[in-house]
Design a protein around this ligand. Structure first.
Ligand code: SP5
Ligand code: ZN
Length: 347
């Protein structure tokens, strides 16, 4: 398996996120990817490569032009407001909820932060754009490799991507790497692409991006949004719309779910993917299903991830893995590489 590693990921290093009325240290830290890379060096699964550079036209199939231009200049605008801002990250504080307008692009920077975001837990930093942009290149490179005949490729990148929508950031995500990979597989001529999201949190961005499309099937296993982030999407009655009706499937599970019930949901998700007739698979590989993850509530253990990898391999599809969440930092490398090794050994 090829790994495309985002060598610029450390440029995105958020300081604080809003949680229960106070700013707490970010859970989404550079050490996460470093632990995965270290584990890949301990248990090599193939070459670790830098991504190819793609131009921005590879992003515009997924993200809106006005969102991309905002992200590119946001940090400079933030510092231009006050030179002292260079020492602190930008967080949104106002949002255009129902009855307010999101078609108008305000001149005010705080107003645009809110327009293009879904939460106050996702700081925008000096290196966010560079890190996210190189991460998109990793996802696109992995998709190209798989479209070119590789059995599997892994985009090892952060910040993660699956909460990011066509025109908003949130949930620690800025560019939707999994959606970019899925679209790239389509662009390379693969007619039917499935996205399987196994992060603890529903991949609201990916779902929304493909919600009205019949060529990309989205299915997700996640904590029940009645109680778990992102709360406002990820319910079982979301089936797709228009031409996409029937091409979206959510499998929410209660907080506290262990591996046996989780694996039953995985079997259901994989049956849906087979029924769709997918010709390639993108896996949003979140490892925050791990028992003891600080922001999640499932109880998977290290060895379970080997079985997950084997189950994914049994689908028999060319597969792009995209690194998403997983905040038990010391364990996230073992969990991620267990999935990938379980996949490889099952071939
Ligand atoms: C990619 C991804 O996994 N994003 C997850 C975003 C979740 N953000 C909300 C986290 C809420 C923090 N809860 C802290 C619990 C402290 N015990
Ligand atoms: Zn997550």
């Amino acid at each position: 398996m090829l790994t495309f590693y985002n060598h610029l990921h450390t440029l995105h290093q958020g300081k604080l996120e809003m949680f229960r009325g106070e700013l707490v240290p970010c859970f989404e830290v550079p050490d996460r990817a470093d632990h995965v890379l270290a584990e890949l060096h301990r248990r090599p699964l193939g070459p670790v490569l830098p991504p190819q550079a793609f131009d921005d036209s590879a992003l515009t199939g997924i993200h809106s032009a006005r969102y991309l231009s905002f992200l590119k200049t946001a940090w400079d605008e933030w510092v231009a407001l006050d030179p002292a801002n260079a020492a602190r990250d930008a967080l949104p504080s106002v949002w255009p909820v129902r009855t307010l307008r999101s078609d108008v692009l305000p001149a005010n920077f705080a107003a645009r932060m809110g327009l293009f975001s879904m939460d106050a837990g996702t700081p925008l930093t000096s290196g966010t754009w560079a890190a996210a942009r190189a991460g998109a290149d990793c996802a696109l490179s992995a998709a190209n490799a798989v479209a070119g005949g590789e059995r599997a490729a892994f985009a090892l990148t952060r910040p993660p991507g699956h909460h990011a929508g066509a025109d908003f950031f949130g949930g620690y995500c800025f560019l939707n790497n999994a959606a970019l990979a899925a679209q790239q597989l389509r662009t390379q001529g693969i007619a039917r692409v499935a996205v399987l999201d196994i992060d603890y949190h529903h991949g609201n961005g990916t779902q929304a991006i493909f919600y009205d499309r019949a060529d990309v099937y989205f299915t997700s296993i996640h904590g029940d949004p009645h109680t778990e982030y992102p709360f406002y999407l990820g319910y079982a009655d979301e089936l797709g719309c228009g031409a996409g009706l029937g091409f979206n499937r959510n499998l929410p599970l209660p907080r506290g779910t262990g591996f046996a019930a989780w694996r039953t949901a995985l079997v259901q998700a994989l049956q849906g993917i087979a029924g769709f007739g997918a010709q390639a698979l993108v896996v949003s590989l979140g490892l925050d299903t791990f028992d003891g993850d600080p922001v999640a509530g499932f109880h998977l253990h290290s060895a379970d991830y080997l079985a997950v990898g084997a189950d994914l391999a049994a689908v028999g599809l060319p597969t792009v893995f995209v690194f998403e969440g997983g905040y038990a930092v010391a364990e996230v490398g073992v969990s991620a590489v267990n999935v990938l090794q379980g996949f490889e050994q099952a071939q």
